[in-house]
Design a protein around this ligand. Structure first.
Ligand SMILES: CC(C)(COP(=O)(O)OP(=O)(O)OC[C@H]1O[C@@H](n2cnc3c(N)ncnc32)[C@H](O)[C@@H]1OP(=O)(O)O)[C@@H](O)C(=O)NCCC(=O)NCCS
Length: 175
C-alpha cells in the first residue's frame, strides 16, 4: 500500500515480507556494522507495528524498485496520546547522493504532522555518520544536543539528536 509519494518517482509503501527480503539484498548495512539477523528482525518488528497502527514502516520505491526504507517509531504520553515520532532510514549505495532519503523523510514527516497530529519528530544519528547527519540538517531540523551511549555491540558511540516541532515544520522556508 502506498502511503505517500514525493512527486519525482519516489513512493513510500508499507513494508511487506517481500520488501524485507529485497532490502536485505541491497547492502544497506555492512555485516560488521549491523548483523543481517538484527536488520531482518528490526524490519520485521517495524512492519508488524505498522500493521497494528503502532508505527510507520515504509519501503522506498524509486521508479518502481525497492531502494531503501524509512521507519518512524511512535512515542505516546502517559495518557496514551501519540505525540512524537523518531525516524530511522537506510538506502542502497547505488541510490545515494540524489536526495532520495531527504525527500522521503520530508514526505513522511508531512504525513505524520498532517494526518497523525504529532507534536514533534526527532532523528538520532552517530556524530561520525556525516551522511546520516546531512538528512535532518537538509530538512531544517534543530540540533538538540549530543550524548554518549552504546551501539548494537555495546561499544561507546556519540550520537546527535535532531528535533523538529510541528510549528517549526509548518513555519520552515520552502526547500
Ligand atoms: C544515511 C544515508 C541514508 C544517506 O544517504 P544519502 O543518499 O546521502 O542521503 P539522501 O538520499 O538524502 O541524499 C543526499 C545527497 O544527495 C544530494 N542531493 C542531490 N539532489 C538532492 C535533492 N533534490 N534534495 C536533497 N539532496 C539532494 C545531497 O546534496 C546529498 O549529497 P552530499 O551529501 O554529497 O551533499 C545513507 O548513507 C545510508 O543508507 N547509510 C547506511 C545506513 C545509515 O547509516 N542509516 C542511518 C543510521 S543513523
Amino acid at each position: 500500500m502506498c502511503l505517500c509519494k514525493t512527486g519525482d518517482g519516489i513512493e513510500l509503501r508499507a513494508i511487506r515480507n517481500a520488501d524485507i527480503e529485497k532490502l536485505l539484498e541491497l547492502a544497506i548495512w555492512s555485516e560488521e556494522l549491523w548483523p543481517l539477523k538484527s536488520f531482518r528482525q528490526r524490519l520485521t518488528e517495524a512492519a508488524e507495528l505498522h500493521a497494528r497502527g503502532k508505527g510507520l514502516a515504509c519501503a522506498l520505491y524509486v521508479e518502481g524498485e525497492a531502494a531503501g526504507y524509512v521507519i518512524m517509531d511512535f512515542h505516546w504520553t502517559k495518557s496514551g496520546q501519540l505525540h512524537h515520532g523518531q525516524l530511522h532510514y537506510g538506502l542502497a549505495p547505488s541510490h545515494r547522493g540524489k536526495g532520495v532519503v531527504t525527500k522521503s523523510c520530508g514526505a513522511l514527516i508531512d504525513y505524520a504532522f498532517r494526518r497523525l497530529d504529532l507534536e514533534s519528530v526527532s532523528i538520532i544519528v552517530p556524530v561520525l555518520n556525516s551522511e546520516s547527519c546531512g538528512v535532518p540538517e537538509r530538512l531544517g531540523f534543530e540540533k538538540a544536543g549530543t550524548s554518549w551511549g552504546l551501539d548494537e555491540d555495546g561499544q561507546p558511540v556519540e550520537t546527535a539528536e535532531y528535533a523538529m516541532s510541528r510549528g517549526g515544520w509548518q513555519a520552515r522556508e520552502p526547500r
